[in-house]
Design a protein around this ligand. Structure first.
Ligand code: SF4
Length: 346
């Protein structure tokens, strides 16, 4: 498989059949070879820097019912909460002092946060923190809504495409949601001028090497500024409670492959990666990732934003532990930096 890895590095893509072969047949030795190449490329563009983003999970209400998600509307056991504008601003203040220069506002699709409400929040953050990037991750909205939020000062938008394959998408979501609409949102966001992040779960139910290949080819086509992938982890209160989780090895392999395919992309070592394995995030960085997103939400709500079981939300995952995070990154030769950390993939 090393030939395929060399070809991927050289051409920054592979023919569809070769992707399928590589994803299906790679060995641990192939993975080590891929990670070495990914680190070289990461270093060429970003040195040994790891960027941090302060994650503020500001609402866990959601009108949608995605089959894999712990905060889906049908989950009556979820303890619902919303943060106020003041509380969100306080998270930003705390984060700024800790060295964060990007705030990520993430939430379910919560009708309480109308365009006007979100514009007010984004404008207030923009005014108080002119040197920071504001990232939104609030799902599918209208183009007008995205435009209003961009005008209010949001710079970046995260919207995982989840799976490119329309039939597979339909197995993970109820019929009112579609892959086509989600992908259109991503094209709209890009067109408006956002730095866009997308991505998918690794090991989601019914995923195949073919659907993963289509995910890789979609990433190549969209050419986003950031790609977030993490293992699927089942949540006990969802229809997928008994499904098998995604693996560390495949997630890491795909992280390395994405670094070769989109050399300058921002690539987070996700919370889900840190949840399925001890030192999962460090493994992620050593496979080519260069972003971590500690949690800046108030401590008393963190455990309620439970998208999947056993999600880590204290310890190094908490924003308060930046110093410790720095130590663990330094131990593997990397350095947390105080920076907006804009993508070089433009
Ligand atoms: S995955 Fe997102 S849109 Fe779907 S139910 Fe969960 S929070 Fe809502």
């Amino acid at each position: 498989m090393k030939d395929f890895i060399d070809e991927l590095e050289q051409n920054q893509t592979l023919p569809r059949g070769d992707w399928i072969t590589l994803i299906t047949n790679f060995t641990p030795e192939d993975a080590q070879y891929l990670f070495e190449r990914a680190r070289v490329i990461q270093n060429q563009h970003y040195g040994n820097q790891v960027f941090i983003r302060g994650l503020i999970e500001f609402t866990n209400y959601c009108k949608n019912d995605c089959y894999y998600c712990g905060i889906r509307r049908s989950n009556r056991n979820a303890q619902r909460y919303r943060l106020t504008k003041d509380s969100i601003l306080n998270c930003c203040r705390k984060g700024y002092k800790l060295g964060f220069r990007t705030f990520v506002l993430q939430g379910g699709e919560d009708g309480h946060f109308t365009d006007a409400a979100l514009v007010e929040i984004v404008s207030a953050i923009r005014q108080e923190f002119p040197d920071c990037a504001i990232t939104l991750s609030v799902g599918e909205r209208s183009r007008e809504s995205y435009e209003a939020l961009y005008s209010a000062g949001a710079n970046r938008y995260l919207l995982r495409h989840e799976t490119y394959d329309h039939a597979h998408y339909a197995r993970l979501h109820p019929s009112e949601l579609s892959a086509a609409h989600r992908q259109q949102c991503l094209w709209d966001l890009k067109d408006i001028g956002y730095q866009v992040g997308t991505g998918f779960m690794v090991g989601s139910p019914l995923q195949t090497a073919e659907t993963l290949t289509d995910d890789m080819l979609f990433l190549k086509k969209l050419n986003p500024q950031m790609v977030g992938i993490g293992p699927f982890i089942p949540h006990h209160d969802t229809p997928f409670a008994d499904q098998t989780p995604g693996t560390l090895s495949l997630t890491l392999f795909l992280l390395g492959a994405i670094r070769l395919m989109l050399p300058k992309v921002l690539l987070p070592a996700t919370t889900a990666l840190g949840t399925i394995a001890e030192n999962g995030r460090e493994h992620g960085v050593l496979a080519g990732a260069n972003v971590v997103m500690p949690n800046l939400s108030p401590a008393n709500v963190r455990e309620n934003y439970l998208l999947y079981d056993n999600k880590i939300c204290t310890g190094d995952e908490a924003a308060e532990s930046v110093e410790h995070l720095q130590q663990s990154m330094q131990a593997i030769g990397y350095n947390i930096v105080v920076s907006r950390g804009d993508s070089l993939n433009i």
